[in-house]
Design a protein around this ligand. Sequence first.
Ligand SMILES: [Zn+2]
Ligand SMILES: [Zn+2]
Length: 447
Amino acid sequence: MRRYVMTSAAILLAAPAMSAAAQEGGQTPLGQELESEWDGSLEELFLTFHRNPELSFRETETAKRMAAELKDAGFTVTENVGRTGVVGVMENGPGPVVMVRADMDGLPVKEQSGLDYASTATQEDIDGEVKPVMHACGHDTHITAMVGAARALAARKADWSGTLLFVVQPAEERIGGAKAMMEDGLYERFPKPDYALAFHVSADTPTGKIGLFPGITASSSDSVDITIHGVGAHGASPHMGKDPIVMGAEIVMALQTLVSREISPLAPGVVTVGSFHSGFKHNIISDEAKLQLTVRSNDNAVRETLIDGIKRIAANVGRMNGLPEDRLPEVRVGFESTPVTVNDPELTERVRSALTSGIGPDVLLAEDDNEGMGAEDFAYFAAPNTDVPGAYMWVGGTPQAVIDAAEAGGPPVPSHHSPQFKVNAEEAVTLGAEAMTVAALDLLPKS
Ligand SMILES: [Zn+2]
Ligand SMILES: [Zn+2]
């Protein structure tokens, strides 16, 4: 059984008291405290973030606010780490370093959630285009929860010993932010963590529940661009040109055989063409088409098979259409990619046990409910890509009744990245903050 140092606040976290509270459907004292923080100021902070989302690597106002909040909580704060990232350090005696990471970027999506606090924001993206912006992945809950955890841990300094490293990460959605922070010396300029923690709100997970499992917990992701160089012509004279739209369509269809015919049916993989752009007018054969793909897998061999297959198909569709060798479709990879996120088994077990004793015996999901191939650039911070063990968890965002109704044929639960995306922010923020606090306290025991 987990041993807490029995200072007054730590007694409140001891297992028997918590289990009893949770079994009665009540809340832990820490949970109650975070609930009043929500009513007091976290809700307002969340609404500010939700109404003012910012795109990847453009999160300047969000970063400023997070820097101010962490400073207020007593952290030593450094801004502009990995472009717009923020790092907060709280040193509190000897002991390990625990990193808590929250990502802060929104997405180029026009919000149609129907919420009265829906975003109407627009922003110029790094490509120069002005786009609608929405927190369509729930990163606003992550940063708000981080502020809650920062305050809770600062208030409990007597109960832990060690160092907190709070990392506010930009550009998770472009899977570039974690890498940018690492390249900017996150583990050299600041205390290097012994453990790395993070959570993601999950629309598929019931509120009040946390999913935390050893091993692979998020897939690898690679963005791929294909540029097809055709030969433009009059729409009435197709024989005079090389139609890039027809070649693009052939590529899209041929790509469908990669997952179905080239990888084992027992190995998951995804090749999705998310964007296909070409042409300006009915009667002009365009001279170029551009495709944007995302590729997901849970192991390197599958990842390589899929990427090699994309290159082979693109080139050979070009050949099939009579393009010369120096004009074959171009395939670009490696500009946005993240490896598989793997939870360290030992750390996962330790945090699971801390969450059950600190929050309640029913807080953990019994089984992994992850049905998709979401990717996470948290992978860049943790083993096997560094020597820091990581634990990445999913925190419930949708009431069980809504999930049940959807399963019974009712309105579907809107997915992450959709314009309808909405989660129960209060539940996600308070439980996310509680989980980070309880885990950090367990990993930073006072000797
Ligand atoms: Zn996302
Ligand atoms: Zn996300």
